[in-house]
Write a protein that binds this ligand. Structure first.
Ligand code: ASP
Length: 347
């Protein structure tokens, strides 16, 4: 069924920065952020949509490479403080770390009953061939969409190049094409063509409890990426990170690593000390299956936790979020393997 365009919807737009609002610096030629006023100037269609919208612009806007847990908290607070006054929320964000912010917000915004959609663009809004206009306009339509009086998509999403993805399943995978994002392990929630077609069966259920935010994070994590020839010095350097609470082990294939005794012992020693080791595959599609091969059976015995089919972005933010709750280590280990906001599927 084609979607009604929900005239009169009230939307709240947060402009954080990113290419979408950048223009070349006259002196150096590099892209630097411009203000939101210029963005509105470049999309006169915004006024024609028939929505009411208010904006909050970061001052100064940031390149999303400078995103941080502190700014995620600021975003969650902005949504919380404006929650009852708007039907949907749009975050204009650089594409580089958009999937991290979307994942972080998916965990922080509890019992979300309204759409929170992040979008951006590959070409700045002022360029003739920009993808920003389509991305912003369709994002607004989706953020305004209702079914039976309720939000059509009550979750944190990324809209980019005709696809709406669950935020904690999306990743930026291409720096050049307009199709910058993909969701390798979960179907798109909607696809925009002549109509916007929603895949209702893949969208999270409408919550039963009232909305609230949870803004506790602990960034005491590190990443250990496997490669043939990795040395004991490199491994031990990561595992000796000060104030380390958890490590994401980026593994081969279904979750495999080298089986050299020094490596397994090094991991085991740390796990026994209470450090959480989360196994996430370096592959974009598919899942970790601890114990499928001998090369991961050792990890399972040592107490490594499976990341299943989580994206790297979801793994990073979920770990920071769970560590921030100050749960006992065993509870964090259990919750890592459970889907909190649709971020993983178990085989
Ligand atoms: N460097 C930019 C950013 O992430 C790239 C983009 O916006 O797409 O802020």
């Amino acid at each position: 069924m084609p979607d009604a365009s929900s005239p009169g919807a009230r939307l709240f737009i947060i402009y954080t920065g990113g290419t979408i609002g950048m223009a070349p610096d006259d002196a150096t030629g590099t892209l630097v952020p411009m203000g939101f006023r210029e963005i509105k100037y470049h999309i006169p269609e915004l006024a024609k949509l028939g929505y009411e919208f208010d904006m909050h612009a970061f001052n100064p806007p940031i390149d999303s490479s400078n995103m941080s847990p502190e700014i995620w908290i600021e975003l969650a607070n902005l949504i919380h403080d404006n929650y009852t006054n708007y039907d949907g929320f749009i975050i204009l964000h650089g594409s580089d770390t958009m999937a991290f912010t979307a994942s972080a917000l998916s965990f922080m915004l509890e019992n979300l009953a309204k759409p929170v959609i992040l979008t951006g663009s590959q070409l700045p809004i002022g360029e003739i061939r920009t993808d920003a206009k389509e991305n912003i306009i369709t994002t607004m339509e989706i953020a305004a969409a209702k079914k039976n009086g309720k939000a059509r998509v009550p979750e944190v999403c990324i809209y980019f190049d005709y696809y709406l993805f669950r935020g904690n399943r999306a990743k930026k995978y291409n720096t050049e094409t307009f199709e910058a994002f993909n969701s390798f392990n979960y179907p798109p929630l909607a696809e925009a063509g002549i109509d916007i077609n929603y895949n209702d069966q893949f969208i999270l259920e409408y919550p039963k409890e009232p909305f609230r935010i949870n803004t506790r994070f602990n960034a005491g994590i590190a990443v250990l990426k496997m490669f043939p020839g990795i040395t004991q010095h490199a491994v031990s350097g990561v595992l000796h990170t000060p104030e380390l609470r958890a490590v994401i082990l980026e593994t081969f294939g279904n979750g495999n690593t080298i089986t050299a005794p020094w490596f397994i012992n090094e991991l085991k020693k740390n796990i026994d000390k209470g450090i959480i080791v989360l196994d996430r595959t370096q592959c974009d599609g598919g899942s970790v299956e601890l114990g499928r091969y001998e090369t991961s059976a050792y990890l399972k015995e040592a107490g490594v936790v499976s990341g299943h089919d989580m994206t790297f972005e979801a793994a990073v933010t979920k770990l920071m979020f769970l560590l921030g709750q100050e749960y006992p280590v065993e509870k964090v280990r259990q919750l890592l393997e459970v889907s909190l906001k649709g971020e993983l599927s178990k085989k």
